[in-house]
Design a protein around this ligand. Structure first.
Ligand code: CU
Length: 275
């Protein structure tokens, strides 16, 4: 069993450097991908480096435990060591094997909490976009650019054009400017959904009646693919998320076109009669 585990660790070790390849300007899952998707923003940069740190810590722990096991098996086998020791306590050893794991956990906790804080606290944002999860598509609103709204449905197999990605391509893309801090508000209109974009290192639950927030920052123009990552429900896997990141100038041009092409969010507040 331990040998099997060691082999698995060895395989992971081999593939660790291989994963994360692919095109820099189109982040998407790749066949037989072993690592994370290439990073497209500052949160994912930090997720990737924490993952690398954890990978090395896990590898070293596994190798040390494996070496200890081999040492014990060889050194204390019955033929070499027929009379077992009756020792049951060793204060130094007990202190060491308590303190070392605590130290390792502290080493992991510091960058882990820093990353959580970095991802969770919104910086100064320049643009707000709202995503609403629905059965089974996403609706987006751009309140800062004329309050237009559109739905993004997954393209079915017969709607796909050559070069498009099956199950990941949407009827409308979320167009965002690069090098801009974007506030994304996420909610749902019916059941729980989950807005996730692996190459940006973000995933947030879309909960009916609740507004969750996260921030996006995309470094380079390109197309980035994600999916609704809610587990329970038949069609969450068929409500993908496609972001097209463009230069600020191209974004302005898209907004001007989008304002005429898409419907406006109803500006009038809904009045509820007093009872
Ligand atoms: Cu969903």
């Amino acid at each position: 069993m331990r040998w099997l585990f060691a082999c698995l660790v060895g395989t992971l070790f081999l593939f660790h450097g291989v994963g994360g390849g692919g095109l820099a300007l189109a982040a998407q899952p790749e066949p037989w991908q072993m690592g994370l998707q290439p990073s497209a923003g500052p949160i994912m940069d930090r997720v990737t480096s924490l993952h690398s740190l954890l990978f090395w810590i896990i590898t070293i722990i596994c190798l040390v435990v494996l070496a200890l096991l081999i040492y014990v098996c060889v050194k204390f086998k019955e033929s070499k060591h027929p009379t077992p020791s009756r020792r049951s306590h060793n204060t130094l050893l007990e202190v060491v094997w308590t303190a070392v794991p605590v130290l390792i956990l502290v080493i992991i906790a510091i960058p882990s909490f820093r990353l959580l804080y970095f991802a969770d606290v919104l910086p100064e944002t320049e643009l707000t976009v709202k995503a609403t999860g629905k059965q089974w598509y996403w609706t987006y609103e751009y309140p800062d650019n004329g309050n237009f709204t559109f739905d993004a449905f997954m393209l079915t197999d017969d709607e796909l054009e050559p070069g498009m990605l099956r199950l990941l391509e949407t009827s409308e893309r979320i167009v965002l400017p690069v090098a801009t801090n974007v506030r994304l508000q996420v909610t749902a209109a019916d059941v729980l959904h989950s807005w996730a974009m692996p190459s940006l290192g973000v995933k947030v639950d879309a909960v009916p009646g609740r507004l969750n927030e996260l921030w996006l920052h995309i470094d380079e123009p390109g197309t980035y693919y994600g999916q609704c990552s809610e587990l329970c429900g038949v069609n969450h896997g068929f409500m993908p998320i496609t972001i097209e990141a463009v230069t600020p100038e191209a974004y302005e041009a898209w907004v001007a076109e989008a304002q005429t092409r898409f419907a406006k969010v109803d500006a009038e507040p809904v009045h509820v009669a007093n009872r």
